[in-house]
Design a protein around this ligand. Structure first.
Ligand code: ADP
Ligand code: MG
Length: 707
């Protein structure tokens, strides 16, 4: 037993010195055959050890009858055997001292219980030998910098060479790797390594993410994620990548699994696990995208692009129409267009009338005879403009295509500003496509993809120094938690009590059980008042007639008390009715302020425009808790309806400080409660004009029973 053997380093699994292929074959119809062909074809330079008891040689390589007979040390063994032979094969590899097995065999943990049991078993067998596992149910890896194509993907037969570059990719989907490899290949995207992790039974996505952060040959890391095994580690690694200046792009499946309609609060339905992930990505600077293909294409451009400086997008086009549409779309997407300086206009004057010196510059609008120098001159003027932070050229079928491409490549080669080439020519562009591939300049074919890259560049620039999870200072009077916590689904008075412990302004109120006491309470609080039924089981009170607003005298209070008492009974409440009499708060806007505990990432807060329309508006923002007032305000400024808080069209500015303070205080309550809190919600927080505060008029939450 070699249990104390040190584990093989991950980088050595990606770049093995020796590689065994179990079940190797010459038959391309077999898994073991396709792996052999791809590995041999792409010139793997380490020691290749085909394993097959029935053969002496395979593709000219000496073949061994079993892994034990092959000369060691063996870094990696590729295992693509049927499930029935899997356990024994792993055992044999472990006994032979193999560093790691890359297990292709599928229908294990992802398939059924028997498969899951077998998967657990092989993890244990491997661990007992100090051997690592990649997969099972993975499709291997491609390490271009190591000339290793350890995959059965047919797309590797199409490729003459492995396109070398600095984009690294880790994927939970096996099939995606082959598809994205060829897509990248077609668009001039060079890869360092691509790794599929399958079921992550032992090694997981984060292990390879970490290896790519440490890998000098990788500078952009792409992740395709289905479920994170270790979310907190992901956050740490993302921060490390950022500190090293490496860009991280991610696509995560499961977006639509977010909160169900049956959620016990708006917060739960608006802030599901995808939103939690999105929030964290935003905070740590991971560029989250919605499509793997777009991610790889963007990564190709970003791998060769500096960060974007101040200014806007400088655009040159060969078609006025396409350019105008793109300019519109950039504006709609909030991507700033550069404003030409006078110096640029003077340069453009040589060939273009002032009336046609817009952004984008349409090359077709020049005067005088056609000549390549005109195009080059215009592009350089735009690229050099002090307000151009990123340069984009959109090529449609046009005259002088090769010369134009050369001019763009020259600009790109300067490396001073992000430069994007959109080759919108379909088959017509084959000659220039080859020129681009030769030059190493990545290119895009869809304006959509260019928009995405520009959006990422701007997002990255705006992200700046935002420091997530930094230690925020606890405001005075925020906590501590009361000694005895209510548990379960909290009633409104219970939730508000908890909020008051954290210094959140709530309504003055009293819970009563008789109409006489209701009137007394109303007189003590001062008319007009609000009466509400108190219940541990009702989520939306007003839907059930349990909220009466603007009660201005004793008669109205008595009447409301009786009505609500009846409604409580109708809603299934038994025993003496509990009714809250509270001050009637007036203000200018109603916000929702909530918190939710995410299984993976911990407590997060949410703020947005509230009321009954909250799910329809979906104008909410999330942040990890706790947060400070500056981050809280930054969150508010990102709301679509921010102008309402900021005072629009002669309306007064509202008390943004008070809203931010409420959010901060709730964030401390949420983080003090930690996993005991499922969610907390103030809906609405009524906001008054600046200087006059904000008041929580409704409260709810779910606190998990602790023993
Ligand atoms: P629920 O959300 O359970 O239906 P709320 O307590 O939020 O019940 O009451 C419904 C609406 O009534 C609120 O969105 C708010 O507009 C208004 N409201 C509730 N309480 C008050 C109050 N104390 N002062 C002013 N308006 C209130
Ligand atoms: Mg409410």
């Amino acid at each position: 037993m070699l249990a104390s053997r040190p584990h093989i380093p991950i980088e050595r699994i990606i770049k093995p010195q020796s590689l065994a292929i179990i079940g190797a074959s010459e038959d391309i119809g077999k898994f073991g055959g396709r792996f052999m062909h791809n590995v041999v074809r792409h010139g793997y330079a380490g020691t290749l050890l085909p394993i097959n008891p029935g053969r002496k040689t395979i593709l000219g390589r000496r073949c061994y009858p079993n892994i034990g007979a092959a000369p060691g040390p063996i870094d990696v063994a590729l295992v693509a055997v049927p499930a029935t032979q899997l356990r024994q094969t792993i055992e044999d590899c472990g006994a032979a001292g193999v560093g790691a097995c890359v297990v292709i065999t599928a229908q294990l943990g992802e398939f059924n219980e028997a498969g899951a049991a077998l998967q657990d078993e092989i993890v244990q067998v491997a661990a007992s030998h100090g051997m690592r596992l990649v997969g099972p149910n993975c499709l291997g890896m491609i390490c271009s910098t190591h000339a290793l194509a350890l995959t059965s993907s047919p797309t590797l037969q199409y490729a003459e060479t492995l396109p070398l570059g600095s984009v690294g990719f880790v994927s939970q989907s096996g099939a995606l790797m082959g598809a994205l490899f060829v897509l990248g290949h077609d668009h001039g995207v060079g890869f360092s390594s691509m790794i599929t992790v399958g079921n992550q039974a032992d090694l997981e996505l984060a292990d390879f993410f970490e290896a790519l952060i440490e890998d000098d040959e990788t500078n952009v890391i792409c992740l395709y994620i289905e479920a994170l095994k270790t979310p907190r580690r992901f956050v740490e690694l993302a921060q490390r990548a950022k500190a090293r200046g490496k860009r991280v792009l991610a696509v995560k499946a499961g977006r639509t699994e977010a909160g169900s309609a049956a959620a016990r609060s708006h917060t739960a339905s608006l802030a599901g696990s995808y939103e939690a992930f999105e929030t964290v990505c935003d905070e740590v600077g991971v560029l989250l995208m919605d499509e793997p293909e777009a991610m790889i294409l963007a990564a190709g451009v970003l791998a060769r692009a500096p960060r974007m400086g101040p200014g806007g997008i400088g655009m040159v086009v060969s078609s006025g129409g396409g350019g105008a549409v793109t300019a519109d779309r950039l504006t709609v997407a909030g991507l700033p267009l550069a404003q030409w300086t006078e110096a640029t206009h003077v340069r453009l004057d040589t060939h273009f009338p002032r009336t046609h010196q817009n952004n984008p510059v349409d090359l077709g609008a020049h005067f005088g005879a056609l000549g390549p120098h005109i195009f080059k001159h215009a592009m350089e003027a735009v690229a050099d403009d002090a307000d151009t932070a990123a340069f984009i050229y959109i090529m449609t079928p046009q005259p002088l295509m090769p010369q134009t491409v050369d001019a763009v490549i020259d600009i790109w080669k300067r490396g001073t500003k992000p430069t994007i080439f959109v080759l919108d020519t379909s088959r017509f562009g084959e000659e220039v496509r080859q020129m681009l591939l030769q030059s190493g300049m990545p290119y895009l074919t869809r304006i959509d993809d260019a928009m995405r890259v520009l959006e990422l560049l701007v997002r990255e620039r705006d992200h700046g120094s935002a420091t997530a999870h930094a230690t925020a200072a606890r405001p005075q009077g925020a906590g501590p938690l009361p000694h005895s916590l209510p548990a379960g689904f909290l009633t409104e008075p219970e939730a508000k009590d908890l909020f008051r412990h954290y210094g959140i302004a709530t309504t003055r109120e009293r819970t009563v059980r008789t109409a006489q006491d209701a009137v007394k309470a109303a007189e003590a609080i001062g008319y007009p008042v609000v009466a509400k039924g108190v219940s541990r089981s009702i989520v939306h009170k007003s839907d059930l007639g349990l909220v009466r607003l603007g009660l201005s005298d004793a008669d109205a209070v008595t009447q409301a008390f009786d009505d609500i008492a009846r409604s409580l009974i109708a809603a299934g409440e038994t025993g003496e009715p509990a009714i809250a009499i509270q001050e009637m708060v007036r203000g200018q806007a109603e916000l929702i302020v909530g918190a939710r505990y995410d299984e993976g990432f911990g407590p997060q807060v949410m703020v947005g425009f509230g009321g009954v329309m909250v799910e329809v508006l979906r104008d909410v923002r999330l942040a990890s808790a706790p947060l400070d007032s500056d981050r809280a305000k930054a969150l508010l400024r990102k709301l679509k309806l921010w102008p309402i808080l900021d005072g629009v069209r002669g309306r007064p500015k509202l008390d943004v400080d008070a809203v931010a303070d409420t959010l901060v205080r709730l964030s401390w309550l949420a983080s003090d409660l930690g996993p005991r809190m499922q969610d907390l919600e103030i809906n609405p927080l009524i906001v008054r004009v600046a200087g006059q505060g904000a008041v929580a008029v409704d409260g709810r939450g779910t606190v998990i029973e602790t023993s």
